[in-house]
Design a protein around this ligand. Structure first.
Ligand code: NDP
Length: 285
């Protein structure tokens, strides 16, 4: 058996086209162009690529994009000052601080002061709280993308056992929150580095989401035949991008699987654009 390949690239393009149309309508109705500001501190090569891709996607959807490139030596105080200015600037609807930040800056201190209305990454405690309560303001971009890909091959997730590998604030935790919300109704198990007998849990999963950041970690013996496998991981091995899932072997037994690249990654950006539009809408009405 060979798995259905879930095409994140094609799905994300459809979502981006739809967002582009919604942006055009919004601009026509309000005269306001949604504006996303990305703050990049330091010279991390992967971050620079992500930021460039975000800028391109914004422009293609008719969203204004500004990038603040700050030196790796930027102090926390200076970054806080910039965030305060962006919060106060009515021309700015969305603020995204690209992570990771250099060591001298405490990430949470920065994420905590971004205006919740402009927090397009949905990392602010107020937005996390709203998500926990099932009334999200912004959907977390990567988990939302995973859910959209799962829904493509499994329109009725209700009652399915979803196992998440990883409990980060960015992927694992919010992924679980999206899957257990009413209307989606999965039964969720979250695993992490202290989980015992991982394979016995993952092999019970109807839906397996891998977000641990270890190349080819999920092997075929950890996967239930016919399962939906969503690979969030982005790892560089010998100059090549690979996921957290051993794609060659797992695609032989899974029912459906996302590739890396071309799976979850493009969905993250597509959902960011949706959030930028939503932020502009919320602040304009
Ligand atoms: P983190 O490093 O923040 O979290 C990794 C999680 O995996 C932790 O909860 C950790 O457990 C768990 N873990 C690590 N080793 C094991 C193990 N051996 N067994 C079980 N669990 C383990 O990573 P992120 O969530 O930020 O990212 C995960 C991956 O997804 C990375 O490759 C990243 O590049 C990618 N990513 C991709 C995105 C996309 O758009 N496609 C967006 C964001 C991330 P513990 O908490 O106990 O340490």
């Amino acid at each position: 058996m060979s798995a259905t390949i879930i095409d994140g690239k094609a799905t994300s393009l459809k979502l981006r086209e739809s967002t582009g149309k919604q942006v055009a309508e919004f601009v026509e109705q309000t005269g306001v162009t949604p504006h996303l500001v990305v703050v990049l501190v330091g010279e991390d090569a992967a971050s620079a690529v992500y930021v460039r891709n975000k800028e391109r996607a914004c422009l293609a959807a008719g969203i204004k994009s500004t990038i603040h490139r700050l030196s790796a030596e930027t102090s926390q105080a200076d970054l806080l000052k910039l965030i305060a200015q962006l919060n106060a600037n009515q021309d700015v609807h969305g603020i995204l601080v690209q992570l990771p930040l250099p060591q001298q800056i405490e990430e949470q201190a920065i994420l905590d002061v971004i205006s919740p209305l402009k927090d397009v990454d949905a990392f602010h405690p107020e937005n996390v709280g709203l998500l926990v309560q099932g009334r999200a303001r912004f959907l977390p971009c990567t988990p939302a993308g995973c859910l959209q890909l799962i829904e493509q091959v499994c329109p009725d997730i209700s009652g399915k056992h979803a196992v998440i590998l990883g409990r980060s604030e960015i992927v694992g935790k919010p992924m679980g929150l999206l899957l257990i919300q009413r209307g989606v109704d999965a039964t969720v198990t979250t695993c992490h580095s202290r989980t015992k007998d991982l394979a016995s849990i993952t092999s019970q999963a109807d839906i397996l989401i891998a977000a641990i950041g270890k190349a080819n970690f999920v092997t075929a013996d950890m996967v239930k035949p016919g399962a939906i496998v969503i690979d969030v991981g982005i790892n560089r091995v010998d100059g090549k991008l690979v996921g957290d899932v051993d794609f060659a072997a797992v695609s032989q037994i899974a029912g459906a699987i996302t590739p890396v690249p071309g799976g979850v990654g493009p969905m993250t950006i597509a959902n960011l654009l949706q959030n930028a539009l939503l932020a502009a809408r919320t602040q304009t009405s």
